[in-house]
Structure formats: C-alpha cells, structure tokens
Design a protein around this ligand. Sequence first.
Ligand code: SF4
Length: 358
Amino acid sequence: MDESTREGLLYDKRPDGKVKCRVCPRLCVIAEGKLGTCRTRQNIGGKCYTLIYGKVVSVAADPIEKKPLFHFHPGTMCLSLGTLGCNMRCLHCQNWQIAHADALEDGGQLRVLPPEKIPQVASSHGCQGVAWTYNEPTIWLEYALDGARACHEHGLYTVFVTNGYITQEALAIIAPHLDAYRVDIKGFRPETYKFLAKIKDVQPIFDAAVAAQKEYGCHVEIVTNIIPTVNDDEETLGSIAAWIARDLGKKTPWHVTRFHPYLELSHLPSTPIETLERALEIGRLAGLEFVYVGNVPGHPAENTVCPNCRRIAVRRDGYSLGEVNVREGYCVFCGEDLNIVQGDGLAAGGSGAGSGRG
Ligand code: SF4
C-alpha cells in the first residue's frame, strides 16, 4: 500500500465484509477488492480506502474567470488541481480521459503532490488561491481537506468546482475549509440527470449548494451548460432560475454556457446563441441580477452590469478583465452591493491582474 492509499473518512464496515461509502449520495456498497462507482475507492480487507490521496493528474495556473467564477477574487490566478475518477458519468464530459478513468489503471498519469506542498506550488505559479477542479473534487475529500487547510494557513483562497453530488456529512467536513463553491446544475428534473449523468436523485445537489452558502458561508456561483433537446426547455431553465432566486438569492451569479457537440452527445448541435439569450432573459425575469453567457467570447453578457444604475461594473473579454468599477464589492457609481468578493487582482479604476491572459 503506497502513501496515496489512505483509509477513507466516511464509511461503514458491514458484517459481510463489504463497506458502505458515505462520501457521495451514491452510497456505494463495495465488496472486498472492488472499487466504488468513482473508481477511486476500494475495499481492502474490509476497510474503505481512497487510492488518490496526494496524487494529481493535472496542475495548471488558470484565471479564476475560467472556472467560471466572476464574483470571487476577479482578476486573480488560481492553481487548478485534478485527479482521476468521478461519481457521475456525463455523456458529454470534457475531461472524460481522467474523469472516467480507473485509479488502479492510471497508466502512469498520476504524480505525487503532498497537500502541504500545494501552497508553495501555488505561490510559485503566481496564484492567490487553489481550485479542486477538472474532475469531481468530492471523491478527493481527504486530500482536498488537508490541502485546503494548508492553503488557509498560507493565506490562499480555496475553491471547489463541483457537480454538487456530495452527502451532507462530507460537505460538513470540507465546506468549512472552502471559500467558494462553484456548482453545475445540469437540469432540474431527475430524468435529465439520469440521462445525462447516470444518477437518480437530484435533491442532494440542490441541498448541498444551499448548505454551502447558508451554513458554511461559501461564495456560490451556478453554471448550467445548456444542451439542445436535453435541458434547453423553458420549464427547466425557468425552474433552475427560480430555485436560485428563491433558495440562494437574486445576487447569486448564474452562468448559462454554450454546449458544443462532444463524446456521446456528438450528434447534437452547438447551443444556438438565441437559446442562450433566452436563458439570460429567463434568469432576469426570475429576478436574478447577475446572469452571464459563457463560451461565447465577446458576448455583452460577459460583463457585470450594476443592477441598480445599469453601468458596467466589470468589463470582460473571455477570461480577461477590462474596465473595473467596483470597490470592496460595491458599485463605485451608486454603491450597490454587487456580491463580489474582491481580492488583490481587481482594483477600481483600472484593469484586473487577469487582463490579457485570455
Ligand atoms: S465517493 Fe465513490 S465510492 Fe464513495 S459513494 Fe461516491 S461513487 Fe461510491
């Protein structure tokens, strides 16, 4: 057993020698020698082990806008970490080579990055924070926890870019150590999630997002990748928008992003711009103050517009910042609260540190 194989934090031992993992709502019951659905947790001798502690596949310095997070330390760079495995199996997964991989057959992709070394790597890459992203960080619970603690000790912010499929127990362990929770909401009906991501129950995703914000004080932003014929109907988009406005608040950013044909959804067209603009309208009609169009560089709905005075608070072009009219999270023109957690990268009256990094 190497150092990346650690006993899991949340599981039950069963009299029949199987283990029941409680990290995500799949609640896998795993027989001796077998792996859970995420392909990263194994029953070894009647105990549940994570096989990916401290093992990373992807390490990159990204603008925070790329996550996308538009209201959280805009203009800063964050160290992005990913590993193998996922607890969903999305038909259009952009990172399927790692997310659908098996930790026992990593093919030499994994390398070791101990959690205590993360802050040093982040600083050497000019990053002000760290994001667990690319694959699903929930299944990396033990490593993310130790890494997030180390980051906070060094004054770095911490971000989960997540599908949100996490148990309340696991959330209670990690969320107190997270500053931002960027969650995908892929649909509103269970059938959509069953088709797209191969999961049955969706309520835990909504409940976790609300708890991350209300109980643990995380900054929350929502992303919906709008896929033609799958989740682009008015009822779905209206339901998501209404849920955000009601349960997370009207100042919670909603990113509606363009889908491009990929993997098992290669037969579908790219999302028409009109569909994204209709989603924008639906979000605004629901009362949401910050709705963004994503994956359409140069679209005017990349900018943050003050919901009170209607002037541009942050001008963006892709991942780059232009004009910035925000001070300590408030509009410099009228004083409106923009729900922006402002870091060193964004200063009123000029361009953010992310400018030109595209
Ligand atoms: S984290 Fe993995 S092993 Fe645990 S319940 Fe979720 S999919 Fe199953």
